[in-house]
Design a protein around this ligand. Structure first.
Ligand code: HGY
Ligand code: MN
Ligand code: MN
Length: 392
């Protein structure tokens, strides 16, 4: 696979969903992502690959019988975090089409169907639950619960999808034999073009509701205030401190303030904690510590705090022999963990799943600065083609 072939196909989607202010705005099932879905169908049509959906918003392009037995899945997601980079997700889908091209050009005839998949709402950026499409497909979330998730405009997932989600794919484990997801690496851990995933850190999102007494900014004495902004601010600092002490990761990057007026002490501050750690006990201890620090501070501020887990992902240990086999097929690629969640992690609970990582020179992701070199992306396509050849 030449870097030029990669560059040419990549150029077809590069401008879709570009955001003023940098990066991409590709929320699931919104205009830009729908354009990417049309691009997906067009790419499939160009390759005589029938396209099916699973009733959950996930798209499948088939080389071989649709829903044939023991299919090999490959692909990733189109949706992005707001102002995220262009590679997180789409790289896995573009690479999958190019890997099929390469295998066909080499005369490969797969002994089992190969399906390219575009999972819906992997980032959870619109409806709040990450990997929503793969969780629905595997039964990890109830269709009814997914259906009523709403975006910031109050649109439900069912409304955006146009139907009630179908839920777990019938005969999932006989129809799908395994998944290989190619993804840009998002740490700073890969200094060769391609690596293989060993594990995904346990991680989750907890919503903190800090409640206080709304009042006038100008007339309320400082000693009379029950200001939830103070409890919130203290909790952000506490989360950072506890994570450093635990060698874990904690981020508070999203907050909604009511009434969000310059001259009114808030009555409510709603904020989300994203916490991750290399193992479950460390994660649980971290979150408990942050909650306790928030509650102690609320006692001093005369405010309230309630915490709601919005999505929690258990540690994923990809099958070691599968990962080692892939690394061997690739001539000895490094095997490394990640702190980022992926649909492959969700599927690994029920199916043989693996991930290929493509070098990210800076490691920056979920940012307009995310980038991968075309030559490394082409190496990723070669690697994916080699793995799909072995698996099919
Ligand atoms: O946030 C994550 O771990 C992934 O990018 N969805
Ligand atoms: Mn991401
Ligand atoms: Mn991703």
């Amino acid at each position: 696979m030449s870097a030029e072939a990669f560059t040419a196909l990549w150029a077809e989607i590069e401008s879709i969903g570009r955001a003023d202010g940098g990066g991409y705005l590709r929320y699931a099932l919104t205009e830009p992502e729908l354009v990417l879905r049309d691009w997906f169908r067009n790419q499939a049509d160009r390759r005589d690959m029938p396209v099916t959906e699973d009733g959950n918003g996930n798209l499948f392009a088939w080389w071989g019988d649709p829903w044939g037995r023991n299919a090999v899945l490959t692909g990733s997601h189109f949706d992005s975090v707001p102002h995220g980079g262009g590679y997180d997700g789409p790289l896995g889908i573009v690479s999958a089409f190019l890997a099929v091209d390469q295998l066909r050009a080499a005369g490969h005839r797969p002994g089992r169907p190969i399906a390219i998949v575009a999972f819906v709402e992997e980032e959870g950026g619109r409806f709040g639950v990450p990997c929503l499409g793969s969780r629905l497909m595997t039964g990890a979330i109830e269709p009814a619960a997914a259906a009523r998730l709403t975006d910031r405009d109050g649109v439900t997932f069912a409304e955006a999808l146009g139907t009630e989600p179908a839920g777990r794919l019938p005969e999932l484990q006989s129809r799908i034999g395994g998944l290989v997801e190619l993804h840009i690496e998002q740490g700073r851990a890969l200094d060769v073009p391609v690596g293989v995933a060993s594990a995904i850190w346990p991680h989750g999102r907890w919503r903190f509701d800090f409640t206080g007494r709304g009042d006038h900014a100008g007339t309320t004495r400082m000693s009379d205030r029950n200001d939830p902004m103070l409890t919130f601010a203290y909790t952000v600092l506490a989360a950072n401190k506890e994570a450093r002490l635990a060698g874990a990761h904690a981020t508070v990057a999203r907050a909604e303030i009511t009434p969000n007026a310059t001259n009114a002490i808030p009555s409510l501050v709603r904020a989300w904690l994203d916490a991750r750690a290399a193992d479950t006990p460390t994660l649980e201890t971290l979150v408990e510590a942050v909650i306790k620090r928030a509650e102690d501070r609320a006692g001093r501020d005369g405010t309230g705090v309630s915490v709601t887990p919005e999505s929690v992902s258990a540690e994923v240990a990809f099958d070691t022999s599968f990962a080692q086999g892939i690394a061997k097929w690739l001539g000895g690629a490094p095997i490394l963990p990640t702190g980022a969640g992926h649909d492959a992690g969700v599927l690994s609970a029920l199916l043989p799943a693996a991930m290929l990582f493509v070098r990210n020179p800076t490691g920056v992701s979920h940012s307009p600065a995310e980038h991968a070199e075309d030559a490394d992306c082409a190496a990723g396509v070669e690697a994916l083609a080699a793995v799909l050849k072995e698996l099919s």
